[in-house]
Design a protein around this ligand. Structure first.
Ligand code: HAM
Length: 426
């Protein structure tokens, strides 16, 4: 065995797993295209300050999870722990948000967390950011877009949408004061981590999983009573739109998220199928960030999904990406092979939705059929001298009890067309 192993928390995705990843990525691209979003690609490295200022100095991510280092010029750089800050930096730098702008990105993020199932130090996100739309209609569309993706993946019935509003800055500041007052009165009953957070980031205490702290929180003041009219109307309209669209959600007044840049809408999609790392996607509104970067004040809203967690979920549900070819081509001899080579080339060009594998390396029909079977192909396409003389090929079903057929070129095209339509439907 090699003396080198992947760094702890950084995981190789092996050939047997990549088809599931590709399926996940392709369905995402299709859904994003269908909603008018364009891809943006930003660097993995940004200045440390960019993340500290946006995500928040006293968040777990900035306090203890960033991969930060001085470069040769002694500037502090960090591997991106998330994609929103870099996207906003790029959008402001390149003047992308003069008018509404919808973008997405997919790629690795880095957080120095304790690795476990569904939690890695290098992980992948699909992120979506929409700029310029202040209303609840934008938040509703993002959530419907998530649901479209879940539906196409076949996982919508194991995911739950949790929704909350954390209001505007002023209301939140008033709420923080009330919450801090209440929690200070109950200081001794809080767990150690929450006691520490009381001075730095009291809202995050709402998220605590510790039973004693949760017990204290049952009587804590609620954000809802501190909302200003604007934030309340925004939230009510969002709930109304989700009801109209038939998208069920759970109101979770304790949902605050681990990044400081949000206002108004926050949400998470969770599942009970993955154990502790239950959140597969999270996001919300962050209307203040563009101005923070020196851009013209521009509302924004977005989300990011964790691809490892989605892959795990698909695996837990025993969902497979079908990567078996539709056709496996076998040929009787060298002459037949040469004709098959040209025909395979023609079929791939004329029917791009079909997976066509040609047997290479010769061998008996028996050994070629063995390989055909192993490939998982639905049909074997047989090129033999006598049939080729009549301009025909034989199709033998490998996985169904359909009839074997010997077809002319014209009938073959009709058959392949049907097979392609079926492949698209699946
Ligand atoms: P986040 O909640 O920090 O949000 O991350 C989004 C998702 O990334 C999580 O729900 C989870 O599925 C996945 N994730 C996070 N950390 C890990 C990890 N260590 N290992 C595996 N998966 C992980 C954000 O990053 C925001 N930028 C989302 C956003 C975009 N908000 C507005 N726009």
């Amino acid at each position: 065995m090699s003396q080198y192993r992947a760094i702890r928390g950084m995981v190789d995705v092996l050939p047997g797993e990549t088809s599931l990843w590709q399926m996940l990525e392709q369905t995402a691209r299709d859904v994003l295209f269908a909603h008018g979003y364009s891809e943006i690609r930003t660097p993995l490295l940004e200045s440390t300050d960019l993340f500290a200022r946006t995500i928040g100095e006293v968040t777990d991510i900035v306090e203890k999870e960033m991969y930060s280092f001085p470069d040769r010029n002694d500037d502090s750089l960090s591997l991106r722990p998330e994609g929103t800050a870099g996207t906003v930096r790029a959008a402001v730098q390149h003047n992308l948000i003069q008018s509404p702008q919808r973008v997405w990105y997919m790629g690795p993020m880095f957080r120095y967390e304790r690795p476990q199932k569904g939690r890695q130090r290098q992980f992948h996100q699909l992120g979506v950011e929409a700029f310029g739309m202040p209303g609840a209609d934008q938040d509703a569309e993002l959530l419907l877009m998530c649901r479209q993706w879940w539906k196409r993946l076949g996982i919508d019935d194991v995911l739950t949408l949790e929704l909350n509003t954390i209001g505007n800055n002023e209301g939140r500041e008033r709420y923080k004061i009330a919450l801090t007052g209440y929690l200070s009165d109950n200081f001794d009953a809080l767990d150690e981590d929450s006691q520490r957070r009381l001075a730095t980031n009291p809202l995050r205490i709402l998220d605590s999983k510790i039973a004693s702290t949760q017990a204290v929180l049952t009587s804590a003041p609620e954000m809802a009573t501190f909302l200003d009219d604007d934030a309340r109307a925004h939230h009510d309209r969002l709930c109304e739109l989700l009801d109209i669209a038939g998208l069920p959600f759970i109101s979770n007044p304790r949902l605050v998220r681990g990044l400081d840049y949000y206002n108004k809408t926050v949400f998470e999609w969770t599942t009970d199928r993955l154990g502790a790392q239950a959140t597969v996607c999270g996001g919300g509104r962050y209307d203040g960030m563009v101005a923070q970067f020196g851009g013209k004040s521009t509302p924004a809203s977005g989300f990011a999904a964790g691809l490892e967690r989605l892959v795990l979920l698909l695996q837990t549900l025993e969902m497979d990406a079908n990567t078996s070819p539709d056709l496996y081509i076998v040929s009787a001899d060298d002459d037949a092979f040469a004709q098959a080579l040209c025909e395979a080339d023609r079929i791939r060009a004329a029917f791009p939705g079909l997976g066509v594998v040609q047997h290479l390396g010769g061998g008996s029909f028996k050994s070629q059929f063995k390989r055909a079977d192993k490939s998982g192909a639905a049909w074997a396409m047989v090129f033999a001298a006598e049939e080729l003389a009549e301009g025909k090929v034989t199709l033998k079903p490998l996985r169904s009890d359909e009839q074997q057929m010997t077809l002319s070129r014209e009938d073959l095209n009709t058959f392949l067309h049907q097979l392609e339509t079926l492949a698209f439907e699946n």
